[in-house]
Ligand binder design. Structure first.
Ligand SMILES: [Zn+2]
Length: 346
């Protein structure tokens, strides 16, 4: 089973997310089951958040030298069968505090799929009594999920059906499109039935395993936000690099998971490796690519959690040994968005 756990952050100057995947080489196989977290973007992050003026403008006080950091949070592996109360507690925190949050649901479990009819028939599934199922229904009914009201702030996304098998179907740039399309259709079938008014636009690829076929499968289901992994290693940030791989240690929609073979492709890099411009966000391969760049866990072994200090990473230079701190990666990714947008992964 999968374990829910990570947070992903995204924002006008930073994107934080927990992901799975080796950050040091595109050739690394990632056969981890659960990806505790990944980066995702909510619909409202498509438009860049205007930079907030530095909190320094009092006439009497000194200028605050700090740079505002905006993050988007992403959490994957929302699912039934394990840690259901913890998942509910996390959603509840974002609900109560009205903090924008991106979370992605796995619709499969060993004991049955994500329930779809609890509202009309509470006996339709054993999981209708699950704390996470009830919490999602509560925030959905309260109009807190994007699509259900004008001032919603919680973004419900898709994290596949057969989550654990997903990385095995990303063996090259254009492999296994049929399998991916089928799996996404099943997953979205459950989500659309359970939450018909939700504006579900984001797909977080399990273990960040995605290729060109993933993009097409997403678009078929109306998912125009694809979130995988984009990490820059410690010594790579000063050199932007060139197409196709630029300076990524692990690039968005790389086909390298599960033993992919060269030549590698990065199918979710926007034109000129620039995510945001003065015109707004650039699409990559037809979708909005909002990968994670930092995480609150080790990227390769997501079960290894990081402390708050490690996650924020004051004074660090970027990804080292699969640990990608937030601030350093925010700066690195800001370089890919005209200085406005960066990403980190918490
Ligand atoms: Zn996952």
């Amino acid at each position: 089973m999968m374990v829910g756990g990570g947070l992903a952050l995204f924002g006008a100057s930073t994107l934080l997310t927990g992901c799975g995947g080796d950050t040091t080489t595109t050739a690394a196989a990632n056969t981890q089951g659960p990806s505790a977290n990944t980066t995702t973007a909510s619909a409202h992050t498509i438009s860049p958040v205007p930079p907030t003026p530095a909190t320094n403008t009092t006439s009497s006080g000194p200028m605050d030298p700090r740079t505002p950091l905006y993050v988007a949070l992403r959490m994957d592996d929302i699912s039934v069968g394990e840690l259901e109360q913890e998942q509910a507690d996390i959603i509840n925190w974002f609900s109560v505090n009205k903090v924008a949050f991106n979370f992605h649901v796995i619709t499969y479990s060993e004991d049955g799929p994500w329930p779809t009819d609890c509202k009309t028939d509470p006996s339709s599934s054993q999981f209708c009594t699950s704390p996470i199922v009830q919490k999602l229904q509560e925030v959905y009914d309260a109009g807190e999920i994007l699509g259900t009201s004008d001032d919603a702030w919680l973004s419900l996304g898709c994290h596949a059906h057969d989550h654990d098998s997903w990385p095995g179907y990303i063996l090259g740039e254009n492999t296994d499109g049929d399998w991916q399309r089928n799996d996404l259709a099943i997953s979205m079938g459950f989500l659309n039935k359970a939450y018909p008014n939700a504006d579900i636009r984001s797909f977080a690829a399990p273990a960040n395993a995605a290729n060109n076929q993933t993009v097409h499968a997403c678009l078929e289901q109306g998912l125009d936000i694809v979130t995988t992994q984009a990490t820059v290693n410690c010594n790579a940030a000063e050199v932007p690099g060139t197409a196709p791989g630029y300076n990524y240690g692990f690039g968005p929609c790389s086909n390298a998971h599960a033993g992919g073979t060269p030549p590698y492709a990065w199918d979710c890099i926007p034109p000129d490796d620039t995510y945001f411009t003065t015109e707004g966000m650039q699409k990559a391969n037809g979708v909005y690519s909002l990968p994670c760049s930092s995480a609150n866990s080790n990227f390769q072994t997501v079960e290894i959690g990081l402390s708050v200090d490690e996650t924020i990473g004051v004074g660090t230079c970027g990804c080292t040994n699969n640990v990608c701190p937030m601030i350093a990666n925010a700066k690195e990714m800001a370089d890919k968005s005209n200085g406005q947008i960066g990403r980190a992964h918490v």
